[in-house]
Ligand binder design. Structure first.
Ligand SMILES: Cc1cc2nc3c(=O)[nH]c(=O)nc-3n(C[C@H](O)[C@H](O)[C@H](O)COP(=O)(O)OP(=O)(O)OC[C@H]3O[C@@H](n4cnc5c(N)ncnc54)[C@H](O)[C@@H]3O)c2cc1C
Length: 303
């Protein structure tokens, strides 16, 4: 349990906006997708320096701190009952978009959807896409190495992060804000933090890799009769689309039924009664030619 003395020191270091206690802390723990408990306090630092100060104080007092992003995690990684949570919600700035270099520098509290929209406005593309895009933060995506539905083409979050800044438990700031794709100099320490759920430090900033914005998007939804046919269908689409395949999401019959029957709002696009269903997506650079190629690939697969 965090002591009153520590909370007081944190209030002095972070200012009145920077520390929530009592009912305010309890309320801040609500609205997530898993039970986060009732924290003794929720810290809301405004920048990396304040994160460092907070961790230094907590470290000296032997108290642990649990980082919070958008609280969309489904495995209670942010559970902070009786402890101190640290929300990155004030560190949500898009600092820079380098359209020539194809990078975006962001605060860890930046919401995924805001990142995707900002890239789109510049004619660029950040390919990470999850159902929780409107609330999940890039710091949370990095800390969980989130996947989403375009992994097959663009990889996991790990493959979209060029550089990282993180604060260690004792307050030390680790700066590894690399902006290059081709960089083989020394240890690549960012990978220690990606997917480590805040156990090794708090991610505070990141440099993201942007891609050219696709011009075309073609989608298909297919019922498949056997498990053995699924990998064959996947390999066929990969070959036929020449690298343009961007999603291949397999659904089992019981899941498909659940999300397309009352009380769910979705309705079946293909009739129930098949063992597997696949959502296929292709993205490319030539609208008409891509549509024709996608249709031909789907027709070939049916034969
Ligand atoms: C509708 C829905 C769809 C989803 N779809 C997917 C999906 O397709 N693929 C997928 O992988 N996940 C998915 N998720 C799970 C979740 O959205 C992801 O794990 C997401 O990356 C979590 O981001 P967050 O900002 O909400 O993190 P939180 O839930 O706030 O935190 C998650 C974990 O990361 C830690 N953490 C958060 N921020 C930081 C930081 N700055 N530094 C260090 N540690 C930190 C927390 O302590 C916690 O352990 C989905 C969730 C929902 C609700």
């Amino acid at each position: 349990m965090a002591s009153d003395d520590l909370i007081q020191k944190l209030k002095t270091a972070l200012g009145p906006q920077g520390v929530l206690t009592g009912k305010d802390a309890e309320e801040k723990a609500q609205g997530g997708w898993s039970n986060l408990g009732v924290p003794a306090a929720v810290l809301r630092p405004a920048n990396t320096d304040e994160v460092s100060k907070a961790l230094k104080l907590a470290h000296a007092a032997g108290e642990s701190i649990v980082p919070w992003g958008g609280k969309t995690g489904l495995v209670e990684g942010g559970e902070a009952d009786g402890h101190i949570a640290l929300s990155l919600d004030r560190m949500n700035k898009i600092e820079e978009i380098d359209a020539t270099g194809g990078t975006m520098t962001v605060g860890a509290g930046c919401v995924l959807q805001a990142i995707c929209e900002a890239a789109d406005e510049k004619g660029l593309f950040f390919p990470l896409d999850l159902g929780s895009r409107g609330s999940a933060t890039i710091g949370g995506n990095i800390s969980t190495n989130a996947g989403g539905n375009r992994v097959i083409r663009y990889g996991m979050t790990r493959d979209m992060v060029l550089g990282l800044e993180a604060v260690l438990a004792d307050g030390t700031v680790m700066n590894s804000m690399n902006r290059l794709i081709k960089n083989n100099a020394g240890y690549d320490l960012k990978h220690m933090f990606i997917g480590s759920e805040g156990t090794l430090g708090i991610v505070t900033r990141a440099v993201l890799r942007l891609r050219p914005k696709p011009v075309s998007q073609d989608t298909g939804f297919v019922a498949v009769e056997s498990f053995e046919a699924l990998p064959k269908f996947l390999r066929h689409m990969e070959r036929a689309l020449g690298g343009a395949l961007s999603a291949f999401e397999v659904m089992w019959e019981d899941f498909y039924k659940l999300v397309t029957s009352e009380p769910a709002k979705g309705r079946p696009v293909v009739a129930h009664g098949h063992p597997y269903y696949v959502l296929v997506e292709s993205m490319g650079g030539a609208r008409e030619a891509d549509a024709a190629r996608f249709e031909a690939a789907m027709m070939d697969a049916l034969e």
